[in-house]
Design a protein around this ligand. Structure first.
Ligand SMILES: C[S@@+](CC[C@H](N)C(=O)[O-])C[C@H]1O[C@@H](n2cnc3c(N)ncnc32)[C@H](O)[C@@H]1O
Length: 213
């Protein structure tokens, strides 16, 4: 499953940003993260450390780096080609001093315990074969009071089931869009509290699940 995802995104890296999914799925996800981060951090002017897992070509990381939020950002992705495109985009945007990219697996995060104040992950979780283990890793690298924000396809209504289980499942093959109850269980087992959810994007419904470490 991991090898398949890595091969898919190595091949897709240079045209990924031109995909229609950007407009209909990825961009709404970045906007949702920014809305939540602004709501949480706007009144605090202290810098914070954020890890974006499955960062792809680093569009969200770049948007955050260009915002007024004082975030120190690390993007992590299993496909080295995605990280290289992300680095190049950050250089072109002149924000490379506020972020860096690491090629690694979400299941084995190469960071010490309690290294980050926030972990984000959008549209990547369905590629992970051991989802509970990844949520535990996310929890491990968060500082006490830190937040996990996880976005992935919502397959618990008919539109989401067709979009994610039927269509994306047929295209991407070995993926698992977890029902919301399963994601809730992962968060609870990993020790997150104050779990909240927001569903958005009517025609390609996605679910943001948040928890506090
Ligand atoms: C559909 S893209 C999403 C990228 C970005 N977060 C966004 O919302 O546009 C999924 C990304 O997850 C990455 N990925 C898949 N499996 C991974 C794993 N085990 N560890 C880290 N990243 C992974 C892929 O390489 C790909 O870049």
């Amino acid at each position: 499953m991991k090898a398949l995802a890595q091969a898919e995104f190595e091949a897709w890296a240079h045209t990924y940003d031109r995909s229609l999914l950007n407009r209909f799925l990825f961009q709404p996800s970045y906007r949702m993260f920014l809305e939540e981060l602004y709501g949480w951090r706007k009144t605090k002017d202290t810098p914070f450390d954020l890890l974006d897992i499955g960062c792809g070509t680093g569009t969200f990381a770049g948007m955050l780096a260009g915002s007024e939020l004082p975030a120190r950002i690390v993007g992590l992705d299993y496909a080295p080609a995605m990280c290289r495109v992300a680095e190049e985009k950050a250089r072109r945007a002149g924000v490379e001093d506020r972020l860096r990219f690491v090629a690694a697996d979400s299941e084995h995060l190469p960071f010490a315990d309690a290294s980050f104040d926030a972990v984000t992950c959008s549209n990547s979780f369905h590629h992970y074969p051991h989802q509970q283990a990844v949520v535990c890793e996310m929890r491990r690298v968060l500082r006490p009071g830190g937040r996990l924000m996880l976005i992935d396809g919502f397959r618990d209504n008919i539109i989401g089931w067709v979009a994610f289980d039927v269509i994306i499942g047929a295209v991407e093959k070995e993926v698992h869009h977890a029902p919301w109850t399963e994601i809730d269980g992962y968060f609870r087992t990993a020790g997150f509290r104050d779990i909240r959810r927001r569903k958005f994007n009517f025609w390609m419904p996605v679910l943001l699940t948040m928890g506090v470490a």
